[in-house]
Design a protein around this ligand. Structure first.
Ligand SMILES: Nc1ncnc2c1ncn2[C@@H]1O[C@H](COP(=O)(O)OP(=O)(O)OP(=O)(O)O)[C@@H](O)[C@H]1O
Length: 290
């Protein structure tokens, strides 16, 4: 049996519209399925795990954005049950990085035709991560986007526009970074991100060389930048061309720890999260993606 997890509120209501389209297609094809609707501000992980324990689900399809995919992936990690993704969110960075078609019916066709591929995930203190986690300026931007109303009219551009708007308020911090037991201390850090997939923030290729099936996480540190210099390199992030800038450092490893001296906000797969990023542990080949 196929289980479909639907976030009708994803992508400022796009989830509801996309779900109607997918449901029509499945009903036309007489495909049997069960549906689980997500609720605002309630993580779906526990309920989904309960449903999976009590039924014969052999694949799960998630309709939503990065946050929904992240929660569904957590419930499916290491179960061997495959996950199909139908992008209906605002940023849809995880789906894009996994080359999932943005058009819902094309994404559904892929669910039925694609050979599953296994990808890595990562475990943090209190939850897992599917695509990326970061702290500092990027989390402050994610927080402002989620609290503001501009998401409703700016779409995926909202992250870039909010980032520019918030530049002058942000206070950089000293950060200690641990990668596979080795430690680095960076001064005046704007952001640190640990990435399993290459992009976040609506198409910013923060770790352009990150691959979800290479058995490692990529870490990007952005530090010691003036506001003017930040504005100058910012557009290049959308093409992943910031990589050679002296203010940007990269690391790669399986066990990452990030500690900031300032009270930096943290995001995991685009949703603000507590718990910090002091322990990020790669979960190799934990998830089967259709
Ligand atoms: N039925 C619902 N109506 C409104 N919001 C919901 C509903 N179910 C879950 N949510 C909220 O949706 C958020 C996750 O949305 P998701 O990340 O999937 O989409 P998005 O934020 O629009 O896209 P993206 O993360 O790709 O930018 C969570 O904060 C969750 O609380």
């Amino acid at each position: 049996m196929m289980l479909i997890v639907v976030n009708q509120g994803a992508g400022r209501g796009k989830g509801r519209f996309v779900w109607r389209q997918i449901k029509d297609r499945l009903d036309e094809q007489n495909q049997p399925y069960q549906v689980l609707y997500t609720k605002p501000h309630v993580r779906v992980v526990d309920e989904l795990s309960r449903v999976l324990a009590g039924s014969h689900v052999d694949r799960v399809v998630a309709v939503g954005g990065d946050g929904t995919f992240s929660e569904v992936a957590e419930a499916l990690a290491s179960t061997g049950i495959s996950l199909g993704l139908i992008p209906a969110g605002t940023g849809n960075d995880i789906a894009r990085a996994l080359q999932i078609p943005s058009e819902p019916e094309a994404a559904l066709r892929r669910v039925f035709s694609n050979q599953p591929q296994t990808i890595d995930m990562a475990r943090l203190k209190e939850r897992t991560m599917l695509g990326f986690a970061g702290m500092g300026f990027d989390a402050a931007v994610a927080d402002a986007v989620n609290r503001g109303k501009s998401k409703h009219w700016l779409g995926s551009l909202v992250y870039g526009v909010t980032a520019v708007r918030m530049l002058r308020q942000f206070k950089p911090s000293r950060v200690t970074l641990r990668v596979d037991g080795q430690e680095w201390v960076y001064e005046a850090v704007w952001m640190v991100a640990a990435c399993n997939t290459s992009q976040f923030g609506g198409g910013m290729k923060i770790c352009p060389h990150a691959s979800p099936n290479d058995g490692t996480l990529d870490v990007c540190v952005v530090k010691e930048l003036t506001v003017c210099e930040f504005l100058r390199i910012f557009p290049s992030v959308y093409r992943g061309k910031h990589v050679n800038h002296p203010a940007v450092a990269f690391h790669r490893g399986c066990e990452i720890g990030i500690r900031a001296e300032e009270p930096f906000l943290t995001h995991i797969d685009g949703d603000l999260a507590g718990g910090g990023l002091e322990q990020i542990q790669l979960l190799p080949r934990a998830l089967s993606i259709l």
